[in-house]
Design a protein. Structure first.
Length: 286
């Protein structure tokens, strides 16, 4: 179970997939204000240290404490790549997203091009690619959507010894909660905070044949399987990220497959949180 939750939040991103991706939404035009600011310093060798707490809400035996060392690894023509730890494997959910993409910062936005793997065993060969995913926008209205990319992935998986076709519909989106937050992290109070969400929504279905009968089954009804809340601070960067992981396999599908002696090859429900909090940092003045 713990391995599944970690895959949900910090899975390594891969490039190969069979998807129909409509691309991302560009930063909003005609912003309501004209705010500027550096809420994610990006100079090579800038770094941030984080404490990371993983909590399995169903089984405390899976809880863990760890740390991350996140740093700016390289810059090419205004695009930046981050690294984490010595093996580029992140413990923090948002760190895992950041290091497996390319960042670009404007005077009021932070934009990510990247790819997220499908977070269930059996789906490892599929991934979700996105471009122009706006992580914050200092001129966006409160609770406004910043970016969204959706598509469909078709894949065959092993379901109880039978290879069946699966259709995965996904939406990756970001939302600007507000640009006037304050937050206390490890005893330090921060103002000038841009608070945003990063969300993955999935709908998974399949078609199976029992004897002469063909049945369409919903594996996952439309649901937000991960929702990350991020706090970016001016001239510092990401000081905290809280990621909630929740999913429930369709109960009717569980009962039907059980009737035919078929086991779903991953846990049928889950609930966990992944919280990363900055402990110290070093950034160059820009």
């Amino acid at each position: 179970m713990k391995q599944l939750f970690l895959m949900l939040t910090v899975a390594l991103f891969v490039a190969s997939c069979s998807s129909d991706d409509d691309g991302g939404t560009n930063p909003p035009t005609n912003p309501p204000t004209d705010n500027t600011g550096n809420y994610f310093p990006l100079t090579v060798d800038d770094y941030w240290n984080y404490d990371v707490e993983y909590t399995d809400n169903n089984d405390s035996n899976n809880n863990s404490s760890s740390s991350d060392f996140l740093y700016v690894a390289s810059e090419t023509n205004g695009s930046f790549d981050l690294g984490v730890n010595t093996n580029d494997i992140a413990n923090g959910a948002m760190n895992g997203i950041l290091v497996n993409g390319t960042l670009e910062r404007t005077e009021s936005t932070l934009i990510l091009d990247g790819s997220i793997s499908i977070p269930f065993p059996g789906f490892e060969t599929s991934s979700i690619d996105f471009t122009d995913m706006v992580l914050y926008d200092l001129n966006a209205a409160n609770n406004s959507q910043l970016a969204s990319t959706s598509g469909t992935i078709n894949q065959d998986i092993d379901l109880g010894g039978d290879i069946v076709p699966v259709t995965i519909n996904y939406i990756v989106s970001t939302t600007q909660i507000n640009n006037n937050s304050s937050i206390t992290v490890n005893g330090e109070n921060y103002t000038s905070v841009s608070k945003t969400n990063f969300k993955l929504n999935l709908n998974v279905s399949t078609t199976v044949t029992f004897g002469s009968q063909t049945i369409n089954l919903s594996i996952l009804n439309n649901q937000d399987v991960t929702v990350g809340t991020n706090y970016f601070v001016e001239n510092i960067g990401l000081v905290k990220s809280e990621t909630a992981i929740n999913y429930q396999v369709n109960q009717n599908t569980i009962e039907l497959l059980t009737t035919f002696g078929i086991d779903i090859p991953f846990p049928t429900s889950g609930s966990a949180t992944n919280v990363q909090e900055m402990t110290d940092y070093m950034v160059a003045e820009e």
